[in-house]
Design a protein around this ligand. Structure first.
Ligand code: ZN
Length: 401
């Protein structure tokens, strides 16, 4: 009985501490404002704020204006986003990226390399771990002495986030690979893995600071296509962690062969890989060009590239997005990833097709457009997953001991 009482008191304290941390993170405020916002006594708030200051998560940032009643000007508090470092990793079948970020996903150190997909996932991960260690060492040499607290990994494919397992990827030949456990063994910190499109969606949520009230859809277009759906500020995961996967929906029943074995998947029509394949079908001189080179030709006025980019990729992206709007009726749909480097003409083309094809009741009010910031999206997504966990009651103490 006594034991239960103690636990519940601790839980309460922990829950209040988290509420204060979240409040300070939303914006600079005073102890009195926290006390009023959370309905906690001033002494309780002061004691917990002092604890957060000692831990380095909150700092005093000067004095605010005095209240109408007069008196001393209150000391203002702010969240110390640089109190710790997060390791953020992303990989697909072509390359991997590693970054060190602060607690709100700001990239501070970064490296991107070609990946070697070995049959044994551990061999590939060993190379990534080397780069992580290298970046941590560099950070240390440059005076960053903060603790490295957790690692987020964004992966192309189906993942079991709870158990840290990569289930299946059409592009990478590993099945049921326990990536979380292996990386934890290597790095000695908590590891969280996530599907890369959902990670990109977390990055968008972190960036918007909870601006979306109803539904948001993120469509990430790179070598493959990924989709993430946010409903009432929560990323929708589905019953078995597989939602939302539009990439392998059949869009054209007799379309090109997809890496999954099917025909006419959205991924096989509208991804950057599909763009390269369509260009090669038109003329073999476009074979083996990467997207940067293709965009170079587009900006130089190559008519074939412009036609394929707008009337093939743009068209099929529009068709797929119209389907998504009909299903989710979001208030906003953000297109992210490398494709956004193609610029406004493609963005306009996609919107034009969507407006023609989606039901007007769902397409009328929706904001559709390229993300404001697709730079290093995948690693920012991996970091956003850790940042979200850092501020959650469930995971905070696993990450921040
Ligand atoms: Zn497919």
């Amino acid at each position: 009985m006594n034991m239960m009482k103690t636990i519940s008191k601790n839980d309460m304290k922990e829950s209040n501490r988290m509420s204060i941390l979240k409040t300070v993170r939303k914006g600079v405020c005073s102890r009195a404002e926290i006390s009023a916002a959370l309905g906690l006594s001033k002494p309780a708030v002061s004691a917990l704020v002092d604890e957060l200051i000692r831990e380095g998560l909150v700092y005093e940032t000067g004095r605010g204006d005095s209240t109408e009643a007069g008196g001393k000007r209150p000391i203002l508090l702010d969240f110390q986003a640089d109190a710790a470092l997060i390791v953020a990793v992303s990989f697909n079948n072509k390359r991997y990226e590693v970054a060190l970020t602060n607690l709100v996903g700001k990239v501070m150190f970064y490296v991107k390399k070609k990946i070697i997909i070995a049959e044994d996932y551990r061999q590939t991960l060993d190379l990534i771990v080397q780069d992580i260690r290298q970046l941590i060492q560099e950070a240390g040499e440059q005076g960053f002495k903060q603790p490295v607290i957790s690692c987020g990994i964004a992966i192309r494919g189906l993942v079991d986030t709870k158990n840290g397992i990569m289930r299946y990827s059409a592009a990478i030949p590993w099945t049921d690979a326990p990536i979380g456990d292996y990386m934890k063994e290597c790095l000695g910190i908590p590891i969280f893995i996530e599907n890369d499109a959902r990670a990109g969606t977390y990055a968008e949520l972190l960036h918007s600071n909870g601006e979306y009230k109803d539904a948001l859809v993120c469509v990430s277009v790179g070598l493959g296509i990924g989709t993430g759906v946010v409903i009432h500020n929560e990323v929708y995961r589905g019953a078995f962690d597989g939602a939302v996967n539009f990439a392998h929906s059949t869009i054209a029943h007799d379309g090109p062969l997809c890496s999954c074995g099917n025909r006419g998947c959205w991924d096989a029509l509208a991804s950057i890989t599909a763009l390269g394949e369509e260009l090669t079908r038109r003329d073999s001189k476009y074979a083996s060009l990467d997207f940067e080179a293709i965009l170079g030709l587009y900006h130089d006025g190559d008519p074939v590239v412009a036609d394929v980019l707008l009337n093939h990729t743009g068209y099929w992206l529009g068709v797929g997005i119209a389907n998504i709007l009909n299903v989710f009726n979001p208030e906003q749909l953000i297109i992210q990833g490398e494709i956004t480097n193609a610029g406004q003409e493609l963005e306009r083309k996609i919107i034009e097709i969507v407006q023609k094809r989606a039901l007007s009741a769902v397409s009328k009010g929706v904001k559709i457009g390229f993300s404001q910031d697709s730079d290093k999206l995948q690693v920012r997504g991996a970091a956003a997953v850790i940042s979200k966990h850092f501020f959650s009651d469930t995971y905070h103490r696993i990450i921040w001991k």
